[in-house]
Design a protein around this ligand. Sequence first.
Ligand SMILES: [Zn+2]
Length: 620
Amino acid sequence: MDGLLIDGKIEKDRVRLYYLLEDGKLIEWVDERKFYPYFYVPFELENEIFDEVTALGCSVSSEFKKNLFSEKEDKYLKISGDEETLGKLEYRFNRVWEDELPSIIKYAFERNIRFGIQYETFGKEYTPLEVEDHYFNESFGNLIDKDPKKYYYVKKFFEVIEQPMPRITEDVAKKFGYDKDRMLKAIYLSRITNTPLASKRMPPSYFIKALYYISLKSEGYIIPTAEEFAKGESSRGVYGKAALVITPEKGVFLNTYVLDYESLYPSCIDVYNLSHETVNCGHSECLKNSVPEEKHHVCLLRRGKYSVLIGALKDLRIKYYKRRGKDGDIRAKIVSDILKNILVICYGVTIRIKGLANPSLAESITAYARNALKTAWKIALEEGLKPVYGDTDSLFIVNPESKRVQTLVDRVKSELGLYLAVDKKYKVCIFSKAKKAYLGIFEDGKIDPKGLAAYKSSTPLFVKKVLKETAIELSKIESADDIVRARERINRILEEREKDILHRRFEVEDMGFSVILHKSPQEILNSNVNAQSYQCAIQLIDAGIRLRRGQTITFAKVKPFYYRGNRFTVKPINFVKKDEINIQDYISNMYTMMAQILEPLGLGKVSTRNQNMMLSNWFE
Ligand SMILES: [Zn+2]
């Protein structure tokens, strides 16, 4: 009966493998050939340590391995023994290689077995069944000559993904705590990365490491240590200028196209050959290939290992699985999602994850990404288009002629080697001067609010409703003339809502601000900070309500009162009576939260008439 290899366990010098049968039964199989976990140390070993190593029952052998950075072969000592002993020995050496790679992954590599694959014979090696696909050849055939190394990886991943997949029933999935789709997802992840199914709960960086490290190993390299990967540089603040955001032009715009770079960071890594060994490679002939706006350069002689790997995964996703997924192929959609999860962190890991981090590499990735946005903006202007806003990988263009958009896309493709495509079209789009905050309205009236104060999760429902009403008026805009009429109608809506607040025509529940408690109740009670969320928490605690850190609490703003000797301005929403609500606060809050929309429309000041009314109301 066929079994799917899902897990393995190292037991001293043997390995136990677990196969899943179609009926959900787990079969164990023990590899009788001895396997010892291992790591590498420098070839020169002091006699004293050598004696210690052998006395502990470990074996020592020498091996030639290539250095990723110099491409030179060096001799290393391989120390093999059971995991526990190795764990203790590790600290006796100044430098140790490959100690971080889990033993089960090394075992799978040495024995050429693959997790997530179905086998007729237990313990059998992975020999892929032939997979022929016309559409695959069509999509990737041109890579054979253009980028043979990438083609090799694309083909290898494709083969592994397309191996026969057993039928997974809901019952079997349930045994693993999954539903059917998530079980399939776990199996695909396992087969792509050759990690046991049980590692599903590891962080995403674990899988990039597994893929990258094994690909280096298979080419005869020793996996560099974390320090070597970082080239001895300690991490530095690359966040500040990481992504480029171009300040939007304030205003209301009709027919705005949003063009996106597809997978911008993975594409930069691939197209610009960015990898640990290629950034600042040290060849004098590569110095001229400098990174835009950075003091780095990139190798012209060697194809980067990280770039090839990320490039292959990206191409497989964009050119194959994503398309098939969109055509309704559910399994392709699952594979596309897994690849996306891996690709989405391919830049982040070069900043933060030990063993992948390299500050110069991270800076080069974002430098090319910023350059991509700037260049697209420049080309857009040259082509007579009107770009109004740019953020990281997207470019907003107002009322463009489609022929010119196509020219922009074509020029970006030929000048940068990157793909820009129309992602969405807004019928109406409003920008304030703030970055990362705008309101887009689609043709069908649906709204797409980004970073707006009026749409935050903490914002009272009352204000969200005002935003919605405003958006409905905006969605009626068909031409520039309509903007004036929309402004008038919106002004009227605001006056109405202001009156509603003044005359207390609202539900108390609609006035709640929701916030997450970031401190424990005890810390809140002990602090003398009087933040509104703390005021609310203290009153809840006093009322005998148990709170915990991370919990969301909701309060309303009320007329100031004294509590525990302090001036308080909020109460927990459930404690508030309508006539306690601080209407002055809510009116000004409504305008402040809506300012990002109102300002571009030339609205937004509280009228003096109402100011006076509010004051009299306040003192009554
Ligand atoms: Zn070079």
